[in-house]
Design a protein around this ligand. Structure first.
Ligand code: NAP
Length: 259
């Protein structure tokens, strides 16, 4: 399927690895020029070089912490006007509900709620003026069904979800859609880190922790960044202009609910 977005320009945050990388690859495959971002310059430059040579699109790499004011300013300056924004950043650490104090919550809100909101505010007005735009926020299945150990994520992402629900309906009339993608477990470094935590706590191997989790999913496996990226590219395509303010769950059937 031709996604109809060849020649568009996208900012994909936190995209040297994992789900953000999957989104960057799929958009590049559709002919979209990219601004990629991550904190670590080496992995970012390597990812940018691979994507440039594989898909022949323009790729600008900006090494910066997207959750800081300075980092966002640097990324926005390099990005200029973009047609597509994919919001992403690392997720908050796991713990117990009794563990977190005000500073922990502020950090999680900054990274997973206020950073995407700041980028939406910076870039969506230009998209509205030009009459076309796509915003996809990578959130989590924790928005639909809370993950006990990820209380910081449950809280911050729920806040972003409320903001998107209201804002998406105010910008859709100018050709701009905003939607959220809610990953369940995907095979990335983040999943490894979470599985390592389980293995250490329960005295089992990493492989055992992963096998146990895979067995708990209806599909019997973790998702891939490629699958995730393909859905992101579709949401950013010409064909997705009627999808507004939705929360798309990609979880292998893990969240047990009717709707
Ligand atoms: P990942 O494999 O750890 O990749 C994270 C990517 O983001 C890397 O490129 C990393 O590069 C970059 N990054 C992290 N923090 C950043 C920051 N502050 N500024 C700029 N770049 C940053 O993570 P992932 O699995 O793709 O997860 C992406 C998001 O989805 C996270 O918020 C995660 O919590 C959420 N999620 C993931 C899963 C899953 O199963 N994988 C499930 C639910 C939700 P640098 O480290 O070099 O900055």
């Amino acid at each position: 399927m031709d996604l109809g977005i060849r020649g568009k320009r996208a900012l994909v945050c936190a995209s040297s690895k994992g789900l953000g990388r999957g989104c960057a690859e799929a958009l590049a495959e559709a002919g979209v020029d990219l601004v990629m971002n991550a904190r670590g310059a080496e992995a970012l430059e390597a990812a940018a070089a691979e994507i440039r040579s594989r898909y022949g699109v323009e790729v600008t790499a900006v090494a910066a912490d997207i959750t800081s004011d300075e980092g966002r300013a640097k990324v926005l300056e390099a990005a200029g006007a973009v047609d597509i924004l994919v919001n992403n950043a690392g997720g908050p650490p796991p713990g117990m509900w009794t563990d977190w104090d005000r500073e922990d919550f502020i950090k999680a809100l900054d990274a997973n709620m206020l950073t995407p909101i700041a980028l939406i505010k910076a870039l969506v007005p230009g998209m509205m003026e030009r009459g076309w735009g796509r915003v996809v926020n990578i959130t989590s299945q924790s928005v639909k069904a809370p993950i006990p150990a990820l209380g910081l994520s449950n809280s911050a992402r729920a806040g972003l979800t409320g903001y998107v629900a209201g804002t998406s309906r105010q910008v859709a009339g100018k050709g701009v859609t905003i939607n959220n993608m809610l990953p369940g477990i995907h095979a990335t470094d983040r999943a490894d880190a979470l599985d390592k935590g389980v293995a250490a706590r329960e005295g089992i191997t990493l492989e055992e922790a992963r096998a146990r989790r895979e067995a708990s999913l209806p599909v019997g496996r973790y998702g891939t960044s490629e699958e995730f990226g393909a859905t992101c590219a579709f949401l950013c395509s010409q064909h997705a202009g009627f999808i507004v303010g939705q929360n798309i769950l990609l979880d292998g059937g893990g969240v047990n609910s009717t709707l």
